[in-house]
Design a protein. Structure first.
Length: 268
């Protein structure tokens, strides 16, 4: 199935409808989960401290939402496993909150508190491919039997270090992993940026069964967009009426970040 492109203002009602139509089911073995989810969050220097704080708070608040609690418990198994990762350059990926099983409001709130409690940090370069490879390894080694495996990539720029992003994405998708995107487009494109980051994410980053992205273009959208995205990932993708097929659109140069870096900074 081709990747999906979601308009963040149109999906919240569909997520609520999916919750209402999904019956409660008894849980099974402790390692069985409806969803194994890696939240992979960009902390490169292009993210200013205020943006980082908004991003971190947005994820914490999403997991404090009763709607997310309800979505988890309405799954076929009734629990999910989530880990929170921060990434920058090709050698800089760090697990901030390790794998956590969320199966009741208390466990979900505890996960949200752990996200919010870790000090912010920033690091050099942007390796989307490194984030995907690291996240795929976390899923492979998690020990969970998941109905769905998802990597949630948020970031504000294209890949400019490490291997090209498309092979990393394609290898993860071949393993049955879905990659969703949260492109952050808050600032006017400048140094080493791309003007249409949502198109880059659409063509070069997201992929797999039911994949979608929710672009953020205004600071005020952070909390609601992240909550909507988490809801959709927990409750499954929205109906086909809300999507556009990626093959119907112009394609993006998936090496744009590497080219920019080489042209401006040399061959490093």
């Amino acid at each position: 199935m081709m990747p999906r492109v979601i308009c963040s203002r149109a999906v919240a009602a569909w997520a609520l409808l999916l919750l209402a139509l999904t019956p409660f089911q008894p849980a099974r073995a402790a390692t069985d989960v409806d969803l194994a989810l890696v939240l992979a969050v960009d902390i490169s220097y292009s993210m200013d401290p205020e943006e980082q704080a908004l991003q971190r708070e947005g994820f914490a608040q999403a997991f404090k939402s009763p709607l997310v609690h309800d979505a988890i418990q309405r799954g076929m198994i009734g629990r999910i496993a989530v880990t929170y990762v921060e990434w920058a350059g090709s050698g800089d990926q760090k697990v901030i909150v390790p794998w956590s099983v969320l199966d009741n409001p208390e466990s979900v709130l505890a996960f949200a508190d752990r996200i919010a409690s870790v000090p912010l940090r920033r690091a050099q370069r942007t390796s989307v491919s490194g984030a995907i490879d690291f996240s795929a390894n976390l899923l492979a080694e998690s020990g969970f039997e998941a109905t769905r495996q998802v990597i949630d990539i948020s970031g504000d720029g294209p890949n400019n270090q490490g291997r090209p992003v498309v092979p990393a994405r394609d290898e993860a998708v071949a393993k049955g992993i879905t990659i969703n995107g949260l492109p952050l487009m808050l600032k006017k494109p400048g140094y080493l940026d791309v003007p249409d980051l949502d198109l880059y994410y659409r063509d070069c980053v997201i992929g797999g069964l039911g994949s979608f992205m929710v672009p953020i273009r205004e600071r005020e959208q952070f909390a609601q967009a992240i909550k909507t995205k988490i809801l959709l990932e927990v409750a499954a993708a929205p109906p086909q009426e809300l999507v556009r097929k990626a093959q119907d659109m112009a394609r993006t140069n998936c090496m744009v970040g590497e080219t920019q870096w080489r042209d401006r900074m040399g061959n490093e």
